[in-house]
Design a protein. Structure first.
Lengths: 221, 284
């Protein structure tokens, strides 16, 4: 741990996992949606459900979805802010088998109609893990720029994506592949050392067999 | 790389003939690839955030659970009352510790040091020192580097997480870090700084994490006070020349071993301890 993980972070309390971590999950999910939020269904699981209210987990998740960081003093007012912005927020519970006790399932709808389902885990301290996107398991923390490509499980898509990254001189820090079944839906998650240019992302969406491109940028909004 | 022993930091300080805090700053420069100025000013920002959080304490705020709020204001009144037993310095430390921990419980902005639950200990000691002793602000930033270095070693050899090591890993660590920082401000030498950290941690060994309803409120808020006061008395013992019979690195390792032995029901699961007291169950 570096010294600013010891003295720091600056955050809105009371809990690094249930408050700061929850803000980060909301923030990452909003980035993954890639457009302004229109509606969110927030389904809490485990300890998030059991002790979330006392820890302000609800406010924290919504604050993150509105683009706030974990040190934003407006976090406790996020529900009111969402209401004023006309964003529809619904809370509920979910039983998420094989996920961390501090987990939440988010069903998000953007203003341009894009839909995204995310399961986020707060795994300790204020460290998070995005554990599922649109029903397929993933595993990334949002500390690096991350590219998520949903595609048909066919040969060649990995090389298309990695060739593009090589062409743009973007180095891959970690890469994971998942598929629902052979020839079915597949997803690749690539954590990167630098950002991908906008036009390259656009190019990816045009490829045959690529169904959805989601990008988590680490640049500030 | 982070240091895994206090003795290594002290040795580096002696062989390179630079102060302890500078060894820790230099390590940060290397680890995060930043300049000295960047590292120092980031730590200064942490101090500024602590000062702001202290100033912004709101006595009217209550936590979501309704368990906490307003006690910082009571201690402020108490501090201003001349009939109290303890001196102004200690009274102010108590007040600041509760205020910060209550702000955290009421969703105020704080600095995790090392955790949110123990966020009151270090600022209680250092902000009071800054205010009462009229020391230069940069000296307090340097003291924060000392605290951070101690915390880093604790995280490396034991733990700073209540779920992993119990409260000794949170309030105990914060208290040990604060004791070392305060000893530096009091011009203690490296050995005295190490002894203060060791004495403070020894007084906190075995402390469980059994919060009521799983919330960072009871007993966490008031335990920030005992952690801060313990830091002061431990530092004062070290300044008087008292040595810890068990060296600081062995004390930290011991805390780690005890942490593993504490059963899971007493490590932030609220399955036992205070969380199971009849009056606690009302809030679960």
């Amino acid at each position: 741990m570096n010294i600013f993980e010891i003295i720091g972070p600056v955050m809105v309390g009371p809990s690094s996992s249930h408050t700061a971590g929850a803000v980060k999950i909301g923030y990452a999910s909003r980035k993954l949606l890639g457009e302004e939020l229109k509606a969110a269904e927030i389904l809490l699981h485990g300890s998030f459900l059991a002790t979330g209210k006392g820890h302000g987990t609800n406010f924290a998740l919504v604050a993150g979805l509105l683009g706030m960081k974990e040190d934003n003093p407006l976090i406790p007012e996020s529900l009111q802010l969402a209401k004023e912005l006309g964003i529809e927020i619904k809370f509920g519970s979910a039983v998420l088998k094989d996920y961390h006790p501090n987990s939440v399932l988010l069903n998000l709808t953007g203003t341009n109609g894009r839909k995204l389902q995310v399961i986020g885990e707060s795994v300790g301290g204020s460290i998070i893990n995005i554990a599922s996107i649109d029903g397929l398991r993933t595993n990334f923390s949002g500390e690096n720029p991350t590219l998520i490509v949903h595609n048909k499980d066919q040969p060649g898509h990995v090389s298309e994506v990695t060739s593009m990254l090589a062409h743009k001189s973007v180095n891959i820090a970690a890469m994971q592949l998942y598929r629902a079944k052979r020839g079915g839906d597949a997803v690749m998650v690539l954590e990167l050392d630098s950002e991908i240019p906008e036009e390259a992302l656009h190019w990816l969406t045009k490829l045959e067999g690529v169904e959805k491109v989601t990008y988590y940028s680490c640049t500030e909004d | 790389m982070a240091f895994s022993k206090i003795s290594e930091i002290i040795e580096a300080s002696q062989t390179r003939n630079i102060q302890l805090w500078k060894v820790i700053l230099d390590d940060d420069i290397q680890e995060r690839k930043v300049t000295e100025k960047e590292s120092f000013s980031r730590m200064e920002k942490m101090l500024d955030a602590m000062l702001e959080a202290d100033k912004k304490y709101n006595p009217d705020l209550r936590s979501q659970s309704g368990l906490s709020g307003g006690d910082g204001a009571k201690l402020e009144v108490f501090r201003k009352n001349e009939n109290r037993l303890i001196g102004t310095f200690l009274a102010m430390v108590m007040e600041k510790a509760v205020k910060m921990a209550e702000s955290n419980a009421c969703m105020g902005r704080i600095v995790a040091a090392p955790t949110a639950g123990s966020c009151g200990v270090i600022p209680a000691v250092l902000l009071t020192y800054l205010e009462e002793k009229k020391v230069e602000k940069n000296r307090v930033v340097e003291a924060l580097f000392i605290a951070a270095g101690i915390g880093q070693v604790i995280a490396e050899t034991a733990s700073i997480s209540g779920a992993e090591g119990g409260c000794q890993a949170e309030i105990g660590s914060a208290s040990s870090m604060a004791a070392a920082a305060l000893t530096y401000l009091e011009n203690g030498n490296n050995e005295q700084i190490a002894n203060a950290a060791a004495l403070a941690m020894k007084n906190m060994l075995g402390l469980t994490c059994d919060p009521v309803a799983g919330l960072v409120e009871v007993p966490c808020i008031k335990r920030n006070v005992s952690g801060a006061v313990n830091a002061i008395v431990s530092s004062q013992m070290a300044m008087a020349g008292i040595k810890s019979a068990i060296p600081v690195d062995e004390v930290f390792e011991t805390m780690g071993r005890i942490g593993k032995l504490i059963p899971a029901c007493l490590k932030e699961t609220s399955l036992e301890g205070l969380a199971k007291a009849p009056s606690a169950l009302v809030f679960s």
